[in-house]
Structures are given as C-alpha cells and as structure tokens.
Design a protein around this ligand. Structure first.
Ligand code: 13P
Length: 253
C-alpha cells in the first residue's frame, strides 16, 4: 500500500517586484500583525526587492510571514556583477525564491533550461522554489497556451525536485498587472494540465505540489480563484504592496 502525501496548506506569496523603499517595511509589519491577530489557514510569504530582504526578514522574525527572493543566479558566487546568489538570499533570511517569472524570462532572456538550473542551485542552498510559467496573449489567441505552459513545466522543473518542497505558479502574462484575470474555467483547465504534468514527472508527490495562480489577484476576486479546482494558492503582485489588500487575499485562502 502506498500512503498518499497529505495536501499542503495553500501558499499566498506576495511578489513586490521592483517596488518598495524602507517605508514599505511598515506594510509587511502590518501583515504580520494582522496574522498575529487572526492566524491564517495559508502559509504566507513576501518576496521584496533584494535591497529590503535582510531588513524585512529581521522585521518579520518570529511572525507567520516567510520571506523570499525574486530570483537567484545559477552560480553560488563569483564575478557576476549585479546578480544575487542563492546562499546570499538564505543569509538574508529567505526561505523561498521565485524563479522563472515571466518578467525575468522577458527582461533577461531567461530560458526554461536556465530556470531549471537555477532551481537546482536554489534547492542546494535550502530554498523552496516557486517556479513560474505562463503564456503570452499571442500564444493564448493562437490556441497554444496549454502546449506552451506544459512545455515550460517539463523544461523548467529538474528531476532533483522529487520529494522536495516547491510550488508552481501559473501566471498568464496578459493577466499580470492588467486587471484582466483569466476566467475560472481557463484557470481550472490550465491547472489540471499542469497537475497532470506534475504527476507524470513526480508521481504521488506531483499530485500534492501547490499550483498557485497569479495575475491580477485582488481582494474581490481571490475567494473564487482560490476555490477553483487545483488552485493551491496565489502569487500576488500589486495587491501585496498594501497590507489591507494582502490580508484580505490571505483571509480568502
Ligand atoms: P499582479 O498581481 O500585479 O498582476 O502581478 C502578478 C505577478 O506577476 C506576481 O508574480
């Protein structure tokens, strides 16, 4: 008899992207205070810009909020001006790292093969990767969204993820920062396709890996998105910058 793994708690992760000066720490403190008052069913993380990571981790120490990086280099040290190594994120208090975000894939030409290599580096450093996938509007309109995203899953997830803690985030590029959300049937269809890939790749473990949705998740649409089949959490951009909005999304999980 094989014991099936328990379903993990949903993960609600805030991606602050290139936003936030020292003042923004107050928003994170307010999130922690809110969760102290009313503990969440979900795991919660904030991924600030690298300049704030150390301070944010210290400010949130002992709270229910984890911190994470937004990227890491594939190497662990060396002559890579401007880049950040996975052990540096750990040193600054991070427990997680977002990898393969579409903004990294677009702005920095990151390929799925590079993302897979970064995932290995992150795991070795002890970080839990959130691996992002998602199609462009052109790809969706051409009818190739499912093929593109399942291909990204196959190519961005290395075999060493077997048995490790990680999450996949489905973020349709056209829904990011646009206020335009994928329809619930579209989310359900894509998450089911990603789940099927995960099971092929990782067997029983693949059946329990959280699949987050990202793209214009707001307090007023979070509950229905988070109730959708195979949605195991959310990766939240804009709405994670304001404590009250982020807390409302967390409460919906
Ligand atoms: P928005 O929530 O601002 O659409 O951003 C989504 C995202 O890209 C999170 O990684």
């Amino acid at each position: 008899m094989t014991l099936s793994s328990p379903k993990p708690r949903p993960l609600i992760a805030g991606n602050w992207k290139m936003n936030g000066l020292a003042q923004a720490l107050d928003q994170a403190r307010a999130v922690a205070a809110g969760l102290d008052e009313k503990p969440a069913g979900a795991r919660v993380a904030i991924c600030p810009p690298a300049t704030l990571l150390d301070r944010l981790s210290q400010a949130l120490e002992g709270s229910a909020v984890l911190t994470g990086g937004q990227d890491c280099h594939v190497k662990t040290s060396g002559a890579h001006t401007g880049d950040i190594a996975a052990p540096m994120l750990v040193d600054a208090g991070a427990a997680l790292v977002i990898l393969g975000h579409s903004e990294r894939r677009d702005d920095h030409g990151e390929t799925s093969a590079l993302v897979a290599a970064k995932v290995e580096t992150a795991l070795t450093a002890g970080l839990e990767p959130i691996i992002c996938v998602g199609e462009s509007l052109q790809q969706r309109e051409a009818g190739s969204a499912l093929a593109v995203v399942t291909g990204q899953v196959r190519e961005s997830l290395p075999a060493v993820l077997a048995g490790q803690a990680f999450a996949v985030a489905y973020e349709p590029i056209w829904a990011i920062g646009t206020g335009r959300v994928a329809t619930l049937p579209d989310i359900e269809e894509m998450h089911a396709a990603i789940r099927a890939e995960l099971v092929v790749l990782f067997g029983d473990h693949g059946a329990t890996v959280p699949i987050l949705y990202g793209g214009s998740v707001k307090p007023d649409n979070a509950a229905e998105i988070l109730r959708t089949a195979e949605v195991g959490g959310a990766l939240v951009g804009g709405a994670s910058l304001k404590a009250s909005d982020f807390l409302a999304i967390i409460a919906a999980a």
